[in-house]
Ligand binder design. Structure first.
Ligand SMILES: *Cc1c(COP(=O)(O)O)cnc(C)c1O
Length: 380
């Protein structure tokens, strides 16, 4: 590597994770590839996952759906998006392109039906009920009205309700009472959909945690995200998942400093003994969380070593003790090796979840799978 950092992805591990989760689920999969496939690169990750058996791809924004829908090799794969305003530009084009739309309100329902009129073909709609997440989805007191409005639009040829779905708030805490409450609410929602005469092909509720921990949530399709990328949100339910992304850097410089020296902003760390300290040229602007300061470790020259003091915007300092570490020495921030830190470690150090670590990887870190698409100066 000529540059100072790189991210690489092992697509065989991604395919392995798709297959492992599909075996557990036993039903079709909508692989969630929103947020650039959790930082993994949406287009290459989507291709690998479709090839490995994911029949549907889930994104949030219409713009993301468009990027996938225009790939000829994914023409046979369903793409669903669910964030759009009722007056969203491009809605008719999305309907025309056959993008499935997750619909969470009466206003969206009417907007989609109107867009279908402009597109000259019925919209494919997944009606979403809020079963207790209190975020997206039609609120329970409007389920009946929404289902009837959808049925009316469907009868008029403006849309086809192909899905009924919801999202769980506490699936990563399998014993949490909200899970039972949401499952019961989802059954009531499906009852309202049925009462309006709708017969959606797919009912879907499960994210990664629910897919793994609770068979009752799997219905006709599962929607894993984080588990596909190798991180199990319910570690009490072991699954053979493999981290896909690795992030590496190289030591930029090394120097010897005497005991008593304060290190980095605020001097939150003071050396207890003389030490060789290595400078690593990645920081919070690259997604190395500042909140992990004082706790984080990296793999450098054969072992894990402590990050000293605050993680800065562009760099941090590593304690190498008396070891003669040289500039250019590889540094593993996220790796798949036995001793390597991974996104679970970083999330523990920073008080977050691996989803945030992976989606936070900064634009300055060259993605090796994009090689050839970068400006030449970005290096590799
Ligand atoms: C992101 C997302 C998922 C996947 O969640 P994970 O916890 O990463 O598995 C599933 N469904 C919806 C609607 C999502 O937005």
């Amino acid at each position: 590597m000529s540059g100072l950092a790189k991210a690489s992805a092992d697509w065989r591990r991604l395919a392995h994770n798709v297959e492992a989760l599909a075996r557990i689920a036993g039903v079709p999969m909508m692989a969630m590839v929103k947020a650039d496939a959790y930082g993994h690169g949406m287009v290459p990750a989507a291709r690998v996952m479709a090839e490995a058996g994911a029949g549907s791809l889930g994104v949030v924004a219409l713009r993301e759906a468009w990027q996938l829908r225009r790939l000829p090799d994914l023409a046979g794969t369903t793409v669903m998006a669910f964030f759009f305003a009722p007056d969203q530009p491009g809605l008719a084009e999305a309907v025309g392109a056959g993008i499935d739309l997750g619909v969470s309100s009466l206003a969206q329902l009417d907007a989609v039906a109107a867009a279908a009129g402009r597109a000259g073909r019925p919209a494919r709609v997944h009606l979403k009920g809020d079963t207790g997440m209190s975020r997206g989805g039609v609120a329970e007191h409007e389920w009946e009205q929404a289902a009837e409005a959808a049925a009316k639009h469907q009868a008029a040829g403006a849309l086809a309700v192909v899905g009924a779905w919801s999202h769980l708030a506490c699936a990563d805490e399998p014993g949490h009472p909200a899970n039972a409450a949401q499952k019961a609410a989802f059954a009531r929602f499906l009852g309202a959909v049925d009462a309006a005469g709708l017969e959606p092909e797919v009912r879907h509720l499960a994210n990664s945690a629910a897919l793994i921990a609770d068979p009752e949530t799997r219905y006709d399709m599962v929607r894993p995200g984080i588990a596909l990328y190798g991180y199990n949100p319910v570690p009490d339910f072991p699954v053979d998942l493999r981290p896909v992304i690795e992030v590496r850097s190289r030591v930029m410089s090394v120097k010897r400093l005497p005991a008593g020296t304060g290190v980095s902003y605020g001097h939150t760390h003071v050396l207890e003994r003389d030490a060789n300290v290595a400078l690593v040229p990645l920081g919070y602007a690259d997604g190395v969380p500042r909140a992990a300061s004082g706790r984080a470790e990296v793999y450098l020259a054969g072992r894990r070593r402590r990050v000293l003091g605050r993680i800065c915007m562009d760099q941090f300092v590593v304690d190498c003790g008396d070891d003669a570490v040289k500039p250019g020495e590889p540094v593993v921030l996220i790796g798949a090796g036995e001793q390597h830190p991974d996104a679970d470690d970083w999330s523990a150090w920073a008080g977050t979840i691996p989803n945030e670590i992976l989606t936070g990887l900064g634009a300055r870190i060259p993605r090796l799978w994009n090689r050839g698409l970068e400006a030449p100066a970005a290096g590799g």
